[in-house]
Design a protein around this ligand. Structure first.
Ligand code: NAP
Length: 248
């Protein structure tokens, strides 16, 4: 029997990058998967078809997680299709980088809307049924930047630092209800998010990373699935770094 057989997992932003790799890894571990997407309809559908071939149940759900009503409707639909959600991966995220002097209120609000309000909206919808079931796993995708800060990323860093505090706080609140809440903090990972980072900056990142390379989405997904697995039952409120040693 696979470790997550019979469990239902929701991955936000599941059509691309780390979310996509997580969807596949969850399915490999036997979980049924609800894929949330915002813009990537085609990629979500293609991924879903492939996941179904792996022998688990899979469906796609369009929703902008920054919108409370869309998060609400999405979770209602998933529960109608799959039953209660056991595993939640708050992965959806964006960056809108500027030095703080040039950062507009709009760029600030946009990033907080997706990266912080998104996890609030979705977790708020999912948590009551986990409490009722007396079991659940929540994994938040933070970032090394939330631990160190980063030039040009005041908006992004504050959301990832906030997500780490959220993880620790929620972990304390639900620990006696059979629910664990953890975060992963990836370093620089090869996805669309880092594709446009200028080559000299990537070189600098590699130099700052003891392993001397960027990470792969699958390497983050493996950490997420571990935190979701029965083997991680006594781990809660933790931030698992997946960063090649960049920050330790
Ligand atoms: P990515 O390839 O750019 O993917 C971002 C994902 O977020 C997409 O699936 C996108 O969905 C989804 N998304 C964006 N806005 C959304 C919204 N309003 N509602 C629902 N989904 C939304 O980036 P990634 O690297 O995989 O990032 C995934 C997570 O890892 C993010 O939280 C990011 O901050 C974090 N992270 C990434 C790195 C890195 O180096 N790549 C490092 C540390 C942390 P659509 O395409 O459907 O719009």
């Amino acid at each position: 029997m696979k470790p997550l057989e019979g469990k239902t997992c929701l991955v936000t932003g599941g059509a691309r990058g780390i979310g996509r790799a997580t969807v596949i890894a969850m399915a490999e571990a036997g979980a049924n998967v609800a894929i949330n997407y915002h813009n990537s309809n085609g990629a979500a559908l293609e991924l879903c078809e492939n996941v179904q071939k792996m022998g688990v149940k899979c469906k796609v759900y369009a929703a902008d997680v920054s919108k409370e009503d869309e998060a609400h409707d999405m979770v209602q639909e998933i529960v109608a299709d799959f039953g209660p959600i056991h595993l939640l991966v708050n992965n959806a995220g964006i960056n809108r980088d500027r030095t703080f002097m040039k950062m507009t209120r709009m760029l600030w609000d946009e990033v907080l809307g997706v990266n912080l309000n998104g996890p609030f909206n979705v977790t708020h919808e999912v948590l009551p049924s986990m409490v009722e079931a007396g079991w659940g796993r929540i994994i938040n995708v933070a970032s090394v930047v939330g631990q160190t800060g980063n030039f040009g990323q005041a908006n992004y860093a504050v959301t990832k630092g906030g997500l780490i505090s959220f993880t620790m706080t929620l972990a304390r609140e639900v620990a006696r209800k059979g629910i664990t809440v953890n975060a992963v903090a990836p370093g620089y990972i090869e996805t669309d998010m880092t594709r446009d980072v200028p080559a000299p900056v990537i070189e600098q990142v590699k130099q700052m990373t003891p392993q001397g390379r960027l990470g792969r989405p699958e390497e983050v997904a493996a950490a997420i699935v571990f935190l979701a697995s029965p083997k991680a039952s006594y781990i809660t409120g933790q931030v698992l770094a997946v960063n090649g040693g960049m920050y330790m």
